[in-house]
Design a binder for this molecule. Structure first.
Ligand SMILES: [Zn+2]
Length: 164
């Protein structure tokens, strides 16, 4: 892996960690040239997967668009760029382990929200209010209520694999 500081391709791995479900591998690396430490994330490639929007339109999975949405939701919140990267990788891992060629945008939104809820509740509410476009204030209050009641619950398991 090329060093982000001195750009030499000569590093050693000092630590390797897997997310709880094994969907993401995080490696801490040290440049053998300048000593800088940096982190890489390893996940299954899902760029070829098509996302089916609510209107039936299909588009390739767009990781950067998801990242921008998450960065907006996490604005001025104690969520690091690494945590956002890990969250995206976890969502991609879920998508990839559940679907082969297409996935409903709804599935992605729900996975993002369930991880974000564990990470930061303010960011979760921001993301959910944009994503779900709460139709009225009562829906939003209900969602907040559910969130407070369920915040200690474990993440729901992804839906079953559907072969295409
Ligand atoms: Zn270096």
């Amino acid at each position: 892996m090329r060093c982000p500081v001195c750009h030499k391709d000569n590093d050693r791995v000092v630590d390797t960690r897997s997310s709880d479900d094994g969907g993401v591998i995080r490696r801490r690396r040290e440049c053998c040239n300048c000593g800088k430490r940096f982190t890489t994330f390893e996940r299954v490639e899902v760029t070829s997967i098509q996302v089916i929007k609510k209107d039936g339109h299909r588009a390739p999975f767009d990781r950067e668009k998801l990242r921008r949405g998450l960065e907006r939701a996490c604005w001025k919140r104690p969520v690091s760029a690494d945590q956002i990267t890990t969250l995206i990788a976890q969502v991609e891992g879920d998508v990839n382990s559940t679907f082969y060629s297409e996935v409903a945008s709804r599935f992605i939104g729900e996975r993002v929200m369930s991880y974000l809820r564990e990470l930061d509740q303010v960011a979760y509410v921001r993301f959910a209010s944009v994503y779900l476009r709460f139709s009225d204030a009562r829906d939003f209050a209900q969602e907040l209520d559910d969130m407070m009641n369920n915040s200690k619950n474990k993440l729901p398991t992804p839906e079953k694999k559907s072969k295409k």
